[in-house]
Design a protein around this ligand. Structure first.
Ligand code: ATP
Ligand code: MG
Length: 368
């Protein structure tokens, strides 16, 4: 029995709908296991820009730092390319500022969803992989020497017309620490690591591969392979069960996991944990969020699948609060609801009952 503080950042679009359901499930866990969860809510993204003039305020960052873990919904809306302040800056500030460099995205295929998939059941069955995405480097955080003119990422007017620039930098230390996270996790799983890069084209990937080989030598009992990102995209749907831990850089991880979400049935099914090295008195400090975005096309319609966020809450219990039994209880409840034939709109299947966001959240909470 413990007392825990969780900062909740519902954000934009479907963010509030899905985090509300995750909170309901956590409250039931609290009642059942005798824990006290205190939830502090704050604004991020468009909601924060509207109310506080910036995507995330210093006060909100401070609130996050003082809590045991952070649960986030989604940030952003329909992209506004000319907007001066982008809501996504809230995410970058949270991730970089709090040093959440390791983003863990588990992908599991549930038996009950096999037949509804467009991928053959015999290819899908048994899929259980983990993408370890580097989260605080790469193209998302451009870098130029201060002496170089211009900005590391911008659209600019030149004598020859308009041009756009993005820059990609990884240090050896950044690559090494994420590789070690992947290998350490693989030791407790099926002992296989696939490192994904584009080493036939990018210098950052050449360094990535070099460091990966060096780190792999420290883990002789873990099977290790390299894969180019384009080939990985293909093999993910051709032989998903051959993967255990996939480790890759920021942008590749983003793209591959949207693809991998279809192995689990939908974008609305994949949770994530973003971790650094800091520990609280309970466990590792972390940020938990579904891999999907704000889904403006279905926001406010009670159509969003809350499972990705509810499973993110389970990861929060497991890693940040070290309540693994409670985390298992949530995962089992989700599986039970799927097995019982309940679906949300994104998983619509003939002969199965389609529930709204709230009803699905309530089902899972009662199953807990
Ligand atoms: P981001 O850049 O923030 O990742 P995105 O462009 O990838 O955003 P999403 O907001 O994730 O877009 O939505 C992509 C598609 O998936 C949309 O059609 C959306 O409705 C659907 N989708 C996303 N999340 C869910 C969910 N939880 N339940 C149902 N459908 C979802
Ligand atoms: Mg996306």
């Amino acid at each position: 029995m413990g007392t825990y503080t969780i900062t909740v950042l519902p954000g934009d679009g479907i963010g509030a709908e899905v985090t509300t359901q995750a909170i309901e499930v956590l409250k039931v866990i609290g009642e059942r296991y005798g824990h006290t969860f205190t939830f502090h809510q704050a604004l991020v993204g468009l909601a924060a820009i509207a109310a506080e003039g910036e995507p995330i305020s210093d006060a909100t960052i401070q609130l996050c730092q003082q809590s045991d873990a952070i649960l986030l919904g989604a940030v952003g809306g329909i992209p506004q390319p000319d907007a001066k302040v982008k809501p996504e800056q809230a995410l970058f500030r949270l991730r970089k500022g709090l040093q959440f460099f390791a983003n863990l995205r588990p992908v599991r295929t549930q038996k009950a969803l096999l037949d509804a998939s467009t991928i053959k059941p015999e290819v899908l069955q048994g899929t259980d992989l983990l993408v370890v995405r580097e989260l605080t480097g790469g193209l998302y955080y451009g870098h130029l020497e201060p002496s170089t003119p211009g900005k590391p990422s911008e659209i600019r007017q030149t004598a020859n017309g308009i041009e756009a620039i993005d820059t990609l930098l990884y240090t050896e230390a950044e690559i090494e620490r994420i590789l070690r996270v992947a290998f350490d996790i693989a030791k407790g799983r099926h002992k296989k690591v696939t490192s994904v890069d584009k080493a036939n084209v990018l210098s950052s990937s050449v360094l990535w591969r070099r460091v990966a080989n060096r780190v792999a030598a420290d883990y002789p009992d873990v099977t290790f392979e390299h894969l180019l990102v384009d080939a990985c995209a293909m093999h993910l749907i051709r032989r998903p069960t051959s993967f255990d831990v996939i480790v890759t850089e920021n942008l590749f991880g983003d793209i591959l996991t949207d693809e991998a979400s279809m192995l689990a049935g939908s974008m609305g099914m994949l949770p994530s944990a973003s971790l650094g090295t800091r520990r609280t008195k309970h466990g590792i400090f972390g940020l938990y969020e579904p891999i999907h975005g704000s889904a403006p096309d279905i926001a406010g319609q009670d159509k969003a699948n809350p499972i990705a966020t509810i499973l993110s809450a389970a990861m929060l219990l497991r890693y940040s609060l070290e309540l693994s039994q409670e985390a298992d209880a949530i995962e089992t409840a989700v599986e039970q609801c799927i097995n019982a034939g309940y679906r949300t709109e994104d998983l619509r299947e003939e002969g199965k009952e389609v529930l709204g966001t709230k009803a699905m959240g309530q089902r899972i909470a009662s199953a807990v």
